[in-house]
Design a protein around this ligand. Structure first.
Ligand SMILES: *[C@@H]1O[C@H](CO)[C@@H](O)[C@H](O)[C@H]1NC(C)=O
Length: 485
């Protein structure tokens, strides 16, 4: 839901979902040529009536806004396209009449415009139109209503996510006692499990093979071993190979077409540069980030095309995840420039969206949260790239995946769960390794424990995830038990 983005991230982010706008804009022009004219007219009308806005009591306005959002949340809106359009036009017309009547109508006018937003396929686009067409005080009221709604929805996030059938919930603790006051979030089981039980299974948000394996042995999309299957697309500059028609179609729709299909296939094209960076640099994350961003665009396009909207967008899901603070270096600068150049020609506004801060944050989230993906068949040792501090307790990692729920599992050297990849692809199952009771926190080992001693384990965790492990096992071995609070 992108109107939230506009509130949270400001005007730059608003422009990011350009593809979505373009699609809807066409639709709008075809179905209602009157629309723009009307709004233009109302702008003139409003300009004529322009008076200084009367200072309203702030608390009265705030009460109105809260009440309005509350009311609109409970209201049910039309769902089919024709009814939506009719409702939309009614609200906009009513809003115009109200604000044209002067300040006394501003509150109610804002409410109409806010309701109109609820049925409009692309709220962000509409907000930009509002900004240009309705009187500022009314616009500010609409904007405030959105802000309140966004905050409310964000506050309710962990009430709605993860879905009940995943058998876990997320609990938050604020760590204000220490110098860095971050919120610690942990995953709690909502059912009893015996060792061997699958607690939940989830799809990757983004995944990528180790670049050395992009050679026709494993599926570029789901990471499954190909066993001779060979689905590929001539138009794909990256030269990805897939295990099935369905993987190929998904990859092409979600990211590959956007990232790597171009008419300009000379070696200086941005697509060729990204391919080169991934394959020669032997690092997964630039590709994972590119795929992730492409998928966000896809999600927006789908939303506009189908009118179906997930309650929370991909960006909402990663917002609360922990991340490593990545220091910007030349390497990152080059990656950022490359991705900006690549997306610039393809998605309006994306160039601005890929700021250094956002890129580093995304990279830091991948580095902290991604899991190593392994298959039982692939016993050849694949060296872990030091750059890749991806969670993995297995030596035979073939790639990495980024997951919405499993990311919240904290580390322990004596964990009660482990990762499995039952289909030998990027679909992750979290499996109990000990008896787990309702209310128990799930823990997983980010590293291979084996017979390594605590100082050895701690040093790996400290290097890769920058925390000192204080799990019971480490504390006991280090003779620190009893000393901690
Ligand atoms: C832990 O093991 C390493 C070798 O892997 C050894 O060098 C080190 O001294 C050990 N540390 C402790 C505290 O036992």
């Amino acid at each position: 839901m992108e109107l939230r983005k506009s509130v949270v991230f400001g005007i730059c982010a608003v422009a990011v979902f350009g593809i979505g706008y373009a699609v809807y804009w066409d639709y709008l022009r075809q179905t209602d040529p009157e629309f723009r004219r009307k709004l233009k007219k109302s702008r003139k009308k409003a300009a004529k009536q322009k008076k200084a806005a009367v200072e309203e009591s702030k608390s009265k306005t705030a009460d109105f806004i809260r009440g309005a959002v509350e009311e609109v949340t409970k209201e049910s809106f039309p769902t089919d396209v024709t009814a939506k359009e009719k409702f939309f036009m009614e609200q906009v017309a009513k809003g115009e009449t109200l604000f044209a009547g002067g300040e006394s109508g501003y509150h109610d006018a804002a409410l109409c415009f806010y309701k109109a937003l609820k049925v409009y396929p692309n709220p962000v686009e509409l907000i930009m139109i509002y900004q240009k067409t309705i009187p500022e005080p009314v616009f500010n009221l609409v904007y405030e209503m959105m802000s309140v709604e966004v905050k409310k929805k964000q506050a309710e996030y962990f009430g709605n996510f993860p879905p009940k059938e995943m058998n876990v919930r997320i609990e938050e603790f604020s760590q204000s006692s220490t110098s860095d006051d971050y919120i610690r979030r942990v995953l709690i089981s909502t059912k009893d499990f015996a060792p061997g039980d699958v607690i939940f299974t989830e799809q990757a948000l983004a995944s990528a093979l180790d670049p050395s394996l992009e050679n026709g042995e494993f599926c570029s999309h789901c990471l499954k071993e190909l066993n001779g299957a060979d689905f590929s697309d001539d138009s794909d500059l990256f030269g990805a190979v897939y295990c099935s028609k369905s993987c190929q179609e998904k990859a092409m729709a979600e990211y590959e077409t956007l990232l790597f299909t171009t008419r300009d296939d000379d070696s200086y094209s941005n697509e060729a540069k990204l391919k080169e960076l991934v394959k020669s640099g032997r690092v997964k994350y630039p590709l994972m980030i590119a795929r992730f961003l492409a998928k966000m665009v896809h999600e927006e396009t789908q939303k506009v095309a189908t009118g179906v909207e997930e309650e929370y967008s991909t960006w909402d899901h990663i917002e609360r995840l922990r991340f490593l603070a990545v220091q910007p270096s030349d390497k990152e600068s080059k990656e950022i420039t490359l991705l900006r150049e690549l997306f610039k020609t393809k998605v309006p506004g994306m160039e601005e969206f890929i700021s250094e801060e956002r890129y580093l944050m995304l990279k830091g989230k991948l580095m902290y949260n991604a899991y190593g993906i392994y298959t039982e068949h692939n016993m050849g040792a694949i060296k872990e790239n030091l750059e890749e501090t991806m969670r993995s307790s297995q030596p035979t990692v073939i790639g990495a995946g980024f997951y919405r729920v499993a990311s919240y599992i904290a580390h322990s050297c004596n964990p009660n769960t482990e990762t499995r990849f039952p289909d030998n692809n990027n679909v992750l199952s979290i499996v109990a390794t000990k008896p787990i009771k309702v209310g128990d926190e799930l823990k997983i080992s980010y590293i291979r424990v084996g017979d390594r001693n605590y100082s050895n384990r701690r040093s790996e965790l400290e290097t890769k995830w920058r925390f000192k492990c204080t799990c019971i096992k480490c504390m006991e071995e280090a003779g620190e038990v009893g000393r901690s609070a």
